[in-house]
Design a protein around this ligand. Sequence first.
Ligand code: ADP
Length: 647
Amino acid sequence: MAGERVLVVDDRRDNIEFVVDYVLKPNGYEALTAKDGAEGLRKALTENPDLIIMDNNMPKMTGLQVMEALKEKGLNIPVILMTFHGSESLAVQFFRLGVKDYIIKPFTVEEMLEAIDRALTEVRLRKERDKALADLVQANRQLERRVKELNILYGIGKSVASLLDLEKLLGRVVQAAVYITGAEEGFLMLVDEETGELYVRAAQGPKEKYPRSLKLRVEDSIADGVVRTGEAVMIGGSAKENDLRTVYLVKALLSAPLKTKDKVIGVLSVDNKTSSKTFTDNDLYLLSALADYAAIAIENARLFTAVKSEQSKLGTIIGSTEDAVIVTDSEMRVLLLNKAARKAFGIKSAEVTNKPIAQIVKNDSLIELFVRSIDGSQAKQGEIPLEDGRTLNANLTPIPGVGYVAVMQDITHLKELDRMKSEFVSTVSHDLRSPLTTIKGFVQLLPKAGPLTPQQQEFRTKILNSVENITELIEDLLDIGKIEAGVGLEMDVCQLDAIINKVVENLRSQAEAKGQRLHVELPPQLPPVLGNDLRLGQVVANLVSNAIKYTPDGGLINVRARNSNDQVIVSVQDTGLGIPPADQPYIFDKFYRVKSPETEGISGTGLGLAIVKSVIERHNGRVWVESEPGVGSTFTFILPKYNGRKM
Ligand code: ADP
């Protein structure tokens, strides 16, 4: 092979010249020469040639002695011996010492070339094998190192990713960066989200100049550049960077961006200030990999902190509110139960989370409210009496994806006020009724006491009208008191069509007096409802008499009833004044009357619709109005059909 170095040792110059000029040089070998055995040995030791071609009979040292010396030194260079005929006996000794070949002088160029080739083939193979082995060992070492680094990185990544305390996490990342790159010190800077400026948030070094957790603003053009470009930077090694290194007072520096999905949130750097050890591409790769882990972990920790702080704020608000709050999942297992709720329902057990609400709260009304909410998307409302005599008003709202939230306010004092008010009204009404009856009786008797003048007659009529109005008001007040108290509300199976017919017939004369047409549309068979005959009659009467009252002369009034699924629907439609949208939400409130030029002359107590609403709700029904001013109104109520069970 071209370039191999061959040492020719011979005391005869012409021999050396022949081998060098005719065999070695023309065939691309590099030739070394020695004129005797001693020089040959020296050159073999110092030059370490690939092959030695040697004569045996030489002054100072024979070829045999050179071989022995080489063997003694442990040198294993192949040797071709040049001998004359008759010295074959020596060949045995030479072969014992490891000679590869021998060639008899005189020889041709071809003979010598063949001998060289034979001797070197083995050497070449051995060299190739040694090289392959060395390469393998090298590759193995690199692989081992890479596995070790990846293991370290994995371990760091895992410990970093599980940290949710931001300050601790930042410290750990810098520590890891210094460790895996073998640097002297390291820094972690984060970008302030508001100002965009960089702040050192963690540092590690021999002196740890920057205290941890201190927010220190830095003017750092390299770090700024890393943030701007999102590219890692390595400094140290080439002359061009000397300026930078002097400015930074470091000998080598690595900076990697902390990148999240869409932005750079900071920079992770390591450097060497005193040692002249520079960083490698592998260090940069490791630091970048760590920075990638760290960026995700930092975002996680930030999110966790934000969520935790929101959660604790919410927890404090809910915990300290006076209202009792219970949150359950969709299976009605408790998720949250605040202090007020614990107190209200006397809950002692510390661990309530994930337990069924019925197991934790022993209150039939509340449990019934929860049960009523199953499958409903509407908020439900109910009064919850407590064991200590207090009453809560509960609003239970279904929350998609969460479950249910019950918010309960103490309405004990309101209930008490309401009770006192009702008591007062009912006492006063009772006490007023007797003198009114007396007044009415005597006024009615007046004509019997003697003939009345037309003026006296007119005054008598006015007094009677007023007494009528007050009596109506008192009756309404007493009624509403009774209905709200549930007094005289015995329920039985009722036929609404019969009730409607009876009421309409009673009121027909009033409608006729105003030239109004009063229609009734009933299906051949209306299913019965469970209710109080008298009160349901009162509901229909109030609605029809309102329709007559608030519809001008000649108008049309339609009373309809129909059967729908498991409900009975009744509506009273008129072509009257209508009700302005702004008033519609309030007309069922007690004493609410629409104030307008059209209603000015129409007398009333403002209690008729309040009675309607109370009665219908007592019957588990609903009532509402649809109305357009100048066109007319339709009042509709729905009652559940009688299902064969009495309440
Ligand atoms: P009132 O004794 O005043 O009739 P209600 O409670 O029966 O009291 O009705 C409340 C108010 O609703 C009435 O004052 C009136 O303004 C309005 N209203 C009730 N029914 C009708 C109707 N059919 N058409 C127009 N307005 C009505």
